[in-house]
Write a protein that binds this ligand. Structure first.
Ligand SMILES: NC(=O)c1ccc[n+]([C@@H]2O[C@H](COP(=O)([O-])OP(=O)(O)OC[C@H]3O[C@@H](n4cnc5c(N)ncnc54)[C@H](OP(=O)(O)O)[C@@H]3O)[C@@H](O)[C@H]2O)c1
Length: 228
């Protein structure tokens, strides 16, 4: 791995005050990255920083809370973890500050009440919708849709894989490194058109959770050389 690949990033999480955003913040700070938790309200971001800091046993140096726009402006890599209903308006409002960056889109286009049925937007997936909104200047990469927040805040290893698909191999490689730093095994799942599969899988996992009375089912890729 080159020095460039080993560098620690400043990651800004839009809607990072929620369940999934705080889980990712916890994992990335633990790995040495700086995380800016973004929110619509500065005060709410500070509360989320306190909660993640508690999980980390008091670590505060690598954590900061800001309004979403400042979090994106101050980061190298942006992440969005808001409910699907807020996806489009939030991205439209941040388009100017997302220019030139990688955006990790964690959003699943869940439409209530049929949460166990994959219901993709017109663009094909939330990630493709984000790419359409943000234009070519921002590289949108899908990841973490199939990982429950409960797994992320769990202190041990996570027995799940992460499929990473999106705009350009270089951007996917950066996100694969961040998946590994979060304690997960990632797979390059190809171009952004494959996001329909990754996002759609979440509805299947929610259905399995309901059928089997669990909270955090996940996926594993098998048959790879290191597993034989
Ligand atoms: N939870 C999981 O286990 C999980 C797993 C995989 C993927 N995901 C996906 O990750 C995303 C976030 O999930 P979550 O469970 O973390 O959601 P959440 O806790 O319900 O919400 C996350 C944050 O989104 C912001 N938000 C809520 N409504 C908004 C609005 N109308 N406009 C702008 N921002 C709004 C809020 O931040 P502020 O109020 O601070 O602005 C909130 O704290 C979803 O798309 C979900 O499908 C979740």
């Amino acid at each position: 791995m080159s020095n460039e690949e080993k560098k620690n990033y400043t990651i800004g999480i839009i809607g990072g005050t929620g369940k999934e955003g705080k889980g990712l913040a916890y994992r990335w700070v633990k790995a040495g990255h700086k995380v800016i938790i973004g929110s619509r309200q500065w005060e709410k971001a500070q509360k989320a920083v306190e909660a993640v800091s508690d999980l980390l046993g008091g670590e505060t140096e690598l954590l900061e809370g800001m309004e979403n726009r400042d979090a994106v402006a101050g980061c190298e890599i942006a992440v969005i973890t808001v409910p699907y209903a807020a996806h489009r308006p939030t991205l439209e409002g941040l388009k100017d500050v997302l220019g030139g960056k990688i955006l990790i889109d964690v959003v699943v286009p869940i439409v209530q009440p049929k949460v166990t049925k994959a219901q993709m937007p017109k663009a094909g997936s939330a990630a493709q919708e984000a790419q359409e909104i943000l234009g070519e200047d921002c590289r949108v990469v899908d990841a973490f849709q199939n990982i429950s927040h409960e797994r992320l805040t769990n202190k041990g290893d996570i027995d799940c894989d992460v499929l990473v698909c999106g705009k350009g191999k270089a951007a996917r490689d950066v996100v694969l490194r961040l998946v590994e730093d979060a304690g997960l095994r990632g797979w390059d799942a190809g171009p952004i058109e494959n996001a329909v599969v990754v996002e759609g899988l979440t509805s299947i996992l929610i259905g399995l959770n309901i059928q089997h009375h669990v909270h955090a089912s996940g996926i594993r890729i098998t048959g790879m050389p290191d597993q034989e």
